[in-house]
Design a protein around this ligand. Structure first.
Ligand SMILES: NC(=O)c1ccc[n+]([C@@H]2O[C@H](COP(=O)([O-])OP(=O)(O)OC[C@H]3O[C@@H](n4cnc5c(N)ncnc54)[C@H](OP(=O)(O)O)[C@@H]3O)[C@@H](O)[C@H]2O)c1
Length: 392
């Protein structure tokens, strides 16, 4: 990777999302360190156009082809090249004008372009955890083969990554922290009535809708458990989860001598985003500083697996291995979309995932084609199960 003296040219996949917009905020703070080479969006053409006019990338991709004309017309006076479709995103990963790719698309849609970036030998700052959940056994060897590092952006994994800097031995345990989400203390009997609005009201983090619902069901912690297994090559049973409602310790590592290292900061995604973009350098960031006296205390609890079964499902899937995490991820994406559309109660999200896991074809050693067909089959099964409940 280039030194920070030469500006890093960044491709932001999913620039209109929560991570994408915060990454642009980081880049705007450091015009001397970063420049934007490529921006991509799915449907939010207006924001993509505004971002392109502000950051002047060489190229943009609007994945929804119906919006191509609007974006192309708006950016034509600036001579910014405009493309449409996800295949264009993958094709552009080969460009020698890109130094680093921020994978900030949501869900399984992030897999193809992330694979293309790694095959092109680009450093990938990875926010899109679903890529590793669905295909970690394929993604990580590709990173090694093409000497294309995967640098975590998820705050927990960034914390672990930061704690491991300079260490020569593998830790004995990873301790992932989680806020517990908005329903941490809600009695089980009330959970059947959880509304979309309540689930989207996260107490600590402002994020996209899908990851916010995942945080509320604790599936986000399950996805992160699987992400950590691949990023740090750890046995699933050596990754613990601890609920830490203040979201100040972003995760910890324990070494064989008993030492525990933690990374602390106020909850602000711009810090892990910037660390990934500037790695291995640290650079200043304008954000609120941690005030330990004002904070007073940090607390920790065990996750309640009765009320939040998604976390246990994820642990089961990563122990089972093969395509089980991919089935789980696909079913979860369908179930969350149905919940957000008002077609599935919150408490039935884990039921849909379990039913899909019981019905989808298990593949012990999946190739990439198996991953795509698993995703397709599992989504079909999950949406059928959701439709059945809707009818009942
Ligand atoms: N937000 C956070 O604080 C946070 C923290 C840790 C990890 N993450 C992870 O980071 C990823 C992004 O999360 P987010 O909260 O930023 O999501 P988000 O706000 O929903 O943004 C998603 C981005 O991906 C684009 N996109 C969605 N579907 C697409 C598709 N089928 N093809 C191409 N582009 C598509 C969206 O484009 P349009 O806007 O144009 O539709 C948008 O730019 C997720 O994997 C999430 O788990 C997020």
């Amino acid at each position: 990777m280039s030194e920070p003296q030469s500006r890093r040219r960044i491709a932001i996949l999913g620039s209109t999302g929560s991570i994408g917009t915060q990454a642009l905020d980081v880049i705007a703070q450091h015009p001397d360190l970063f420049e934007v080479e490529l921006l991509t969006a799915n449907n939010n053409a207006d924001l993509l156009i505004r971002q392109a006019l502000q950051f002047n990338p060489n190229q943009v991709v609007i994945c929804n082809p119906d919006l191509y004309d609007r974006v192309a017309e708006a950016l034509q006076p600036r001579m910014i090249k405009v493309f449409a479709g996800i295949e264009s995103v993958c094709d552009l990963m080969d460009s020698d004008r890109i130094d680093m790719v921020l994978a900030a698309m949501v869900g399984f849609s992030g897999l193809k372009p992330t694979l293309a970036a790694l095959k092109a030998g680009k450093a990938v700052a990875l926010a899109n955890k679903e890529t590793l959940v669905a295909a970690g056994s394929i993604v990580m060897p590709l990173s090694v083969e093409h000497q294309a590092p995967v640098i975590p952006v998820d705050s927990e994994h960034s914390a672990i990554f930061q704690c491991l800097q300079g260490e020569r031995v593998k830790p004995s345990k990873l301790i992932l922290t989680g806020s517990g989400g908005p329903f941490r203390t809600m009695p089980a009997a009330e959970m059947a009535h959880i509304t979309r609005e309540a689930a989207l009201n996260h107490p600590r983090w402002k994020m996209g809708a899908k990851v916010t619902v995942d945080s509320a069901s604790l599936m986000n912690k399950g996805l992160e458990l699987i992400e950590a297994r691949w990023l740090f090559d750890m046995a699933p049973d050596d990754i613990e989860v601890v609920i830490h409602p203040q979201s100040v310790i972003h995760s910890m590592v324990r070494f064989s001598d008993g030492c525990v290292m933690a990374q602390l900061s106020n909850p602000d995604m711009r810090l892990p985003i910037q660390y990934a973009l500037s790695y291995p350098y640290r650079v200043p960031l304008a954000m609120e500083r941690l005030d330990l006296i004002k904070l007073g205390c940090l607390t920790f609890e065990e996750p309640d697996l009765q009320r939040f079964p998604c976390l246990e499902i994820a642990r089961r899937c990563i122990r089972q291995g093969g395509n089980a995490p991919c089935i789980m991820n696909a079913a979860n994406e369908e179930a969350v979309a149905a919940f957000l559309a008002g077609n599935l109660p919150f408490t039935q999200i884990p039921e849909i995932i379990d039913e899909t896991l019981a019905r989808a074809s298990f593949v012990a050693n999946p190739e990439l084609d198996d991953i795509y067909s698993t995703n397709f089959e599992s989504r079909r099964i999950a949406s059928e199960r959701i439709a059945l409940r809707h009818i009942e």
